[in-house]
Design a protein around this ligand. Sequence first.
Ligand code: ADP
Ligand code: MG
Length: 702
Amino acid sequence: MSDCITEIFASNVFSRTVMQERLPKKVYAELVDVMDNGGNISMATADIVATAMKDWAVEKGATHYAHWFQPLTGITAEKHDSFLTPPQDSRTLLQFTGKQLIMGEPDASSFPSGGLRATHYARGYTAWDMTSPAFVKEMSCGTVLCIPTIFVSYTGDALDKKTPLLRSMEAINTQALRILRLFGNTQAKKVTPSVGAEQEYFLVDREKYLKRRDLIYTGRTLFGAPAPKGQEMDDQYFGVIRPRVGEFMADLNRELWKLGIPATTQHNEAAPAQHELAPIYTTCNLAVDQNQLTMETMKRVATRHGLVCLLHEKPFVGVNGSGKHNNWSISTDQGENLLAPGDTPNENLQFLLVLACIMKAVDDHADLLRCSASCVGNESRLGAQEAPPAIISIFLGDQLDDVVAQIVSNSESIKLLASGKLDSGVSTIPVLDKDGTDRNRTSPFAFTGNKFEFRMVGSSDSIAEANVALNAIVAEAFCQAADILEGAEDFHGACSRLIHDWMSQHQRIIFNDDGYSDEWVAEAVRRGLPNLPSMVDAIPALTTPKAEELYSKFGIYTKTELEARAEIMYETYVKMIKIEANTMIHMASKHYIPTAIAYTTRLGQSITAVASGCPQADLTVQRKLLIQVSSYLADASAALDQLKPLMDRVDAIQDIKEMAHAYHDAVVPAMAALRHPVDELELLVDKDLWPVPTYGDLLFEV
Ligand code: ADP
Ligand code: MG
């Protein structure tokens, strides 16, 4: 195959271009209409599309098809079925029907449903999401035609991440159009959120990875003393990419491009062995699908290069963790970005209204946003010194901050001046300089010129929930603004007043300084902003009356769906911490304690041997080492003795929420108590004896 990007790009995607080439004109037109405007296609059309899809996929080497969906596990799921029809007279035909394309019924009773499906009624249905194109995936088990689908229960409850996402996109579309109409825009037919997700990851050597049970079972190191060198020299960030990593990146890009994923930026990140990939942004739901495919492809390609891609948020203590910057904007089908400051005062008034709405949305629902970025791996990242704090605030940059301050300080409303400036009454607001935004890396939600960058999302997590929350809360604020302004006699006056009022009421959500500082935590308390340090603190945000009202108003989640999701989050937390604790118990009992015993034995033997061989020899060093090692060994053993019965007690708790809190409050500290002496031992014990690769081996030898 050619290496030319333009030739390989989207070569594995059943794109509109392919459809246009392969489908009868009428069928293509019907399909595109439904893709763009919603609705259903007829079964006859579905049959024609399915056959064309199958023929195309078979030419690409596909033998199977799969409905590709995103259950509440956070990753994707697929079950492969071949195109074979029942053989007749030793011959078989390949077939793919419209019915098979449109709907599936996987035996999916083992996916988490939070009680939405009683097991006796465990059916789940997948249905084609026509807004995300089908693609073929080349895997070790063969080439498979993948159909992106939603996944719902028999009663229509969402069992996946895509269904609510599509619902939230509809909500923001409807409400944003109302705002645009207020400003006289009758052209725009559709408003769509766009997303570009910057993905951070670590690469480690596969041989070394396989020697560590913690990496294998949990994706992160549960033990490990810091290497003599960390990231203090800043020599990794944007540094020269090492050849092995470079080959991985080149291979990865090719795979992603074939899938139509416009991977564009690659660089070394702050921590040793850490890297980042950013695609060019695209429609929200496609960006979510593509990010899932990116993560999956990264893992697959890494294996080919003798590497392992770690997507965990905090694989190594003491160096930066990994996140995902969710760049989000909203634009019309005419290409107008609602988050871009305009060139004219009228456009700027619209921009300021949109900004006021976003300030209101983020302030009203800071807890929901925080919750949307909660996953177990993010526990050790959020709020630490290198990641956004767990407190939600907005960074606007000096220029916009000043504009907001002027609007707020002015009791009069903003006036439009003939000179092409916005007059706040106090001083003149210039037409905003689009490149005037500065950078603040510590903010969880930063305005970066024509988009907001939500930086809290974890590197391993789906970006679906974050975007559901963003779309929903902004849709609600748009709706409230439109309700007020649609009937206004003096639109400009009313709009200016609303901007002034909302910016004043919600200015507390703006914070432009160092989000990592302790002062900010104290300041946030004074401002009354929620600080939800842990996922277990954030989960209740999903089921507050405020959240239920928001999500049910726009038909995004029902109360039952929200309760189910909260339950799954508690369950996931418990399960993952339990696996981590069990892995620690295993490693401590089978690797570290025996190693420490072997080392003390060796030291003891050495002391005896030296003493008998040379009675005058000074044995202080050996004795001191023996005492230190024995002491940490005793500490490790004591911590292990605490952890096991503690877990038994916690596991006996009936209520899942209570159990999650017990894991958080008791088990996690007990795990830290076990880690500490083992990490100290690592610094003392002979390197030859140490049973697993160290941080130095993992981070600096890729
Ligand atoms: P930065 O370096 O400021 O973080 P980049 O230009 O490198 O920004 O973009 C980061 C990510 O944001 C990329 O995935 C990019 O495609 C995406 N992005 C750029 N503009 C927009 C936009 N208007 N809406 C959504 N995402 C965007
Ligand atoms: Mg960025």
